[in-house]
Ligand binder design. Sequence first.
Ligand code: TYD
Ligand code: MG
Length: 484
Amino acid sequence: MARRPSIVFVCQECGAQSPKWLGRCADCGAWNSFVEERAPDPQASAAAAHRYSLAGATGSARLYSDIEIEQHARLTTGIDEFDRVLGGGIVPGSLVLLGGEPGIGKSTLLLQAAANLARSLGPVLYSSGEESEHQIKSRGERLAVGRAPLYLLAETCLERILEEMARIRPALVIVDSVQTVFSLKFQSAPGSIGQVREAATQLLFAAKGQNVPTFLVGHVTKDGSLAGPKALEHVVDTVLYFEGERHHSHRVVRAVKNRFGAVSELGVFEMTAAGLRAVPNPSKLFLAERPANAPGSAVLCSVEGSRPILVEVQALVSSSTFGNARRMASGIDQQRLALLLAVLEKRAGLNLVGDDVFVNIAGGMTVDEPASDLGVVAAIASSVRNRVIPASTAMFGEVGLAGEVRGITQASLRVREAAQMGFSRCIMPEANLDPALEREPFRRAEDRDRPVGAAPDDAALHRAGACELIGVRTVGEALDFLMS
Ligand code: TYD
Ligand code: MG
């Protein structure tokens, strides 16, 4: 008897399966997310399972001490900022997912990296399901790809891509985008969660089996997450997100998962007529257009991954003409803003009832670490009191509900960046001035003879090279200092 292909309904958000269509996923609660998919033929999957074994795996368990460590040099993409987000270059055999909104520069960045790697390592396969070879080539001309051994393949069939991989034996594979790829084994549409998962898994085994690093481009959905999110993020080794606004020329690539490096590591780029250009000094970029002598502007030192970045936070407080006051945040979390406003009202005596509050991180950056609190609070207070914060002052610190300024991590990194950028004063949590913790590199000249750990006489004041460090315990103290 001929077997009917069995049909399953799969939630496109979380991958849950059901024999019947459901309006709401019982697992993740998403509405209207079930799509009909054909279940793969069990015989075919059993055969395929044989190919699904990782490189060098024998199928039987091995003793920990018998396994030799493979020391592979990382491959450099020739773009410093890209290497940095990857944790120091590409790990051989790794699978990397690069997500981002349409038109933000994913294809551009990967084509640039592909050309560099083709020049230094040999053949690179760039498979695109979105553009024709001619389109890719005309882009490549702008990026000065030249005569590198770069193979272009306009293909969406997964099996064909794997065939070409076996034929060309590339040093790097790029699949742009994973949502356009479909496997002949599945009958559901490309981009559905079953297809995306199948494509990612097969490419994973190809990458590990042949020790070829592979980049997947992933589209993001309306709410900013990767399409087929969980399924994909679990499969790959590294997830990178492209951020930035189309109206700004700079772009940020952020690592959100990395099996081979620090997460939240950043790479900063600028989109130019000749492709993406690495920005080695982002603080300079983000502070470039800072207004002079304007109330409501503060500079905060944030740390992304291992890199300190100074950004300007701007606040505007104006009386509301409508019944309910508006609070708008861009670049910082809206909830965090609400909390900080409550602290300002209750603990620092600022009256904000009936006022509109707008807070913006200049240049389209996003900061989400608590150390940015003090900068946000200072910018708001500066706008309310119409007092200018001195242009040479930078700050960082977490603000607690009692109005206290709490210590944060990596204070010395932040201070060093501020000093390097020419700031002469740093307002920071008193706790971070603890001699045992952070003070070592910044000891005052007259303190040098004192043993480390001994309390300095006036703990509130230290000098870090040319940068004066001022420790504060409360928001009130910080504001008094900034606006006296
Ligand atoms: P693209 O890499 O195609 O985006 P994605 O693959 O993420 O969808 O980026 C296209 C944008 O970049 C497009 O708006 C044009 C711009 N661009 C430049 O400004 N300079 C260049 O050299 C290139 C190639 C693109
Ligand atoms: Mg593209």
